[in-house]
Write a protein that binds this ligand. Structure first.
Ligand SMILES: [Zn+2]
Ligand SMILES: [Zn+2]
Length: 351
């Protein structure tokens, strides 16, 4: 089968000399995987590109499996069911049959027995494995996945539009959950996750304040057209104090800024897997029971809840498609901010 393979992460994300293109992934013909115990063999239809994929190919996340097939927002069709699948999932409402459309997310495997798994915090599992990082992912024609971590997908979406829900949506939703019942919600970094989560927040009658790169008038306009009550640069203070702020941009300098925009008792939620260092700030900015937290990965419950709410909003995704062999182009455009949508690799377009 065809796959885009990372053989060695690039060093650093700095820009290359003019005219030279970064080609971190190689198009390879690799053996089609076989479904092992508890696994589904899946023919991949689409796979959305996530910022985490960039962090992995740029070497910003430690020790990926190598060689690696990246990609963890996978939409595909069950082609083969491994031994023991039905018995493993009989306690859950979902079962999988040949031909079912399923989604494969970032969280690919947990041990089910550590202190975190046993307390509904499988996202923190000590031995967790992640799709497209420790196990091969979706920049390929086929993959295998542990059936316990796969989702049925809402019929309202086609194979392209549903793909961004699998990470930008689900992880964004977990970040959103950390804001409790905040009425005034700031969102820093108005990219894919923000675009999706703002729709849920507005659907739930929260007031959304959108913070973009200073001077990004187009981004601010798009946030307002989505229903944000205010949009401005991340260096600006909102017109009223916030009950919570979510930071989706991987920029540590935003943390003290967001903290300063909070009302007492407010929380700053850092929604990314990687962030540059956070500069120091006066304790007075944290005083008043303000809090800062990070969000790590997702649980299956987050995913199920999110996929239930998405069609009710109804949440719209913005996508731009690329063929599998153009994965490097998609990554490069994403890195340099040249796409105003989620890049989605279309792998088996005839499905
Ligand atoms: Zn565990
Ligand atoms: Zn992701």
């Amino acid at each position: 089968m065809r796959a885009m393979v990372l053989e060695k992460p690039c060093s650093g994300s700095g820009s290359l000399p003019e005219g030279r293109q970064r080609r971190p992934l190689q198009l390879r013909d690799v053996p089609k995987p076989k479904s092992g115990k508890g696994q589904l063999l899946v023919r991949i239809a689409t796979c959305a590109v996530c910022r985490t994929d960039l962090h992995i190919v740029d070497g910003e996340l430690p020790d990926p499996k190598l060689p690696l097939i990246p990609g963890h927002q996978i939409v595909g069709y069950v082609e083969e069911i491994g031994a023991g699948v039905q018995s493993k999932i009989e306690n859950r409402k979902s079962k999988f049959e040949i031909g079912d459309r399923i989604g494969i997310p970032w969280l690919g495997w947990t041990d089910g027995e550590c202190v975190f798994c046993r307390s509904n915090r499988e996202n923190l599992c000590d031995r967790a494995k992640f799709t497209g990082y420790n196990i091969d992912g979706g920049y390929a024609e086929f993959t295998v996945a542990d059936a316990r971590f796969c989702f049925h997908l809402p019929d309202e979406y086609n194979d392209v539009d549903v793909a961004p829900l699998l990470c930008a949506g689900m992880l964004g939703y977990r970040s959103y959950g950390k804001t409790g019942d905040a009425r005034r919600l700031g969102i820093y970094g108005f990219g894919n996750a923000a675009h999706l989560i703002a729709q849920v927040a507005i659907y739930q009658s929260r007031k959304v304040f959108a913070f973009t790169r200073p001077g990004d008038k187009a981004g601010q306009e798009s946030a307002r057209s989505l229903g944000a009550v205010w949009a401005g640069g991340s260096d600006e203070m909102p017109p009223e104090k916030l009950d919570a702020a979510i930071i989706f941009a991987p920029v540590g300098a935003l943390v003290p800024l967001a903290l300063r925009a909070l009302a007492k008792g407010g929380i700053v939620v850092c929604g990314g897997i990687h962030m540059s260092d956070i500069s120091s700030f006066p304790y007075a900015d944290l005083w008043g029971e303000r809090a800062i937290c990070s969000v790590a990965n997702l649980t299956r419950r987050d995913g199920e809840e999110f996929l239930e709410i998405a069609p009710r909003v109804p949440m719209r995704t913005k996508t731009q498609t690329f063929p599998l062999e153009d994965a490097n182009i998609a990554l490069e455009k994403f890195r340099s901010g040249q796409i105003n949508a989620t890049a989605v690799l279309v792998i088996n377009p005839d499905l």
